[in-house]
Design a protein around this ligand. Sequence first.
Ligand SMILES: Cc1cc2nc3c(=O)[nH]c(=O)nc-3n(C[C@H](O)[C@H](O)[C@H](O)COP(=O)(O)OP(=O)(O)OC[C@H]3O[C@@H](n4cnc5c(N)ncnc54)[C@H](O)[C@@H]3O)c2cc1C
Length: 415
Amino acid sequence: MQNTDITIVGGGSAGLTLALLLARQQLRVVLVEKGPVPADAAPGTSATGAQPEYQRVSALNMASRALFTELGVWPGLLSGAAAYTDMQVWEADSFAKISFAAAQQQVEALGYICDNEQIRSLLYQQLQQHSNVQCYFEVGISQLKQGERDVMLQLDNNELILSQLLVGADGVNSFVRQHMQLPLTHWDYQHTAIVAKIRCAEAHQLTARQVFLATGPLALLPLPEPDMCSIVWSAETDEARRLMALDNTAFNQALCAASHSVLGPLTLQSERQAFGLTMRYASSWQRGRVVLVADAAHSIHPLAGQGMNLGLMDVAALAQLIGEQQAAGEDLAATTMLRRFERWRKAEAQSMIITMEAFKRGFTAKAPLAKLIRGLGLVAVDRLPLLKQQLMAHALGLKGDLPQLAQQPVAGADV
Ligand SMILES: Cc1cc2nc3c(=O)[nH]c(=O)nc-3n(C[C@H](O)[C@H](O)[C@H](O)COP(=O)(O)OP(=O)(O)OC[C@H]3O[C@@H](n4cnc5c(N)ncnc54)[C@H](O)[C@@H]3O)c2cc1C
């Protein structure tokens, strides 16, 4: 039997970040992950010196960058990331378009395309410096029970872990959420996202591009090599099925046509992966000594690339509130604190869910009048620098009720 302060279920970006934050607060932490140890994908640090694969990438904003800087993982991450300075968004078959530039926002970049596995790998490397954290990989959970004073987790290797607080950071199909019967609101976006790495005939010039097609948005996200991009092509499920069934040559042609040849002919450089997209929102994030964070509590459409950023802010907020309890010598799972966390982060998650829904509905309405209104709307916003700046400041993570560690100034840091 092992006694610890906090148990974290799930070693994705959220779980590993939380473990590192709590380790720095001198708490005893156990992290349980059903998958393998993160692959060592950090450039220059792996035994093989391998570059990231960019199979799955995320666009990190300034708030996530500030958090990762504080945690010491940013320099490693930046060496394998593409800092994009421009963004172009337009609609197929209409005059609707809008563009953003880092220079207009007075920032060095609008975001950073990072490899998901490299994020995990660098966090795990940092975590290994802390003897107060124990990680179990490739283990399942056989029991989860909570009493008045602690939570008991039994692993399928028979290990028993007792802790004051258990955090469910176990992703969209969270076992913790289901086991605790925390109610979930969900709806199918009726979109499937196809993700792949592609080579472009023309240099991307560190510009992120997104075109809204009648069947859903296609994003071309720049990677560090000037002619490589990662695509996230979200399409109505039947259309996505058709695209997945095409051979590589036909897919490349369809992709090039969908992107209006904005980067010339495009060629697949990886397998295509498909992800069904569902909005999920747990209406209750905590019960007793158990709390949910990140995708276990909410998942959104990837069209604005905000899901991971949102989850990272959840764990920074939770670690901050736990730190306050710890400083006051109070229970680390006090209901008042967990409810405060829930209220704080629910407000942010809800506003993101509503924004994503407005975007998705706004851009999929096919009536000619709807097309005209959104065309005029986008052109108008494009011509109003102050409004554009406000919109972008939120996406960049420069505004909103941010946890302390995510508010740090980043001016002067290297791009
Ligand atoms: C196509 C697509 C594109 C996206 N692009 C972006 C983007 O550009 N920017 C952005 O910010 N976000 C993006 N997102 C969202 C982002 O990927 C997620 O929000 C983020 O990865 C969630 O992290 P997490 O740690 O909460 O969950 P996960 O990464 O899913 O990690 C959960 C972990 O828990 C483990 N686990 C599950 N069950 C158990 C169990 N019973 N016991 C132990 N361990 C368990 C899993 O193995 C996994 O390692 C995108 C999502 C999709 C689908």
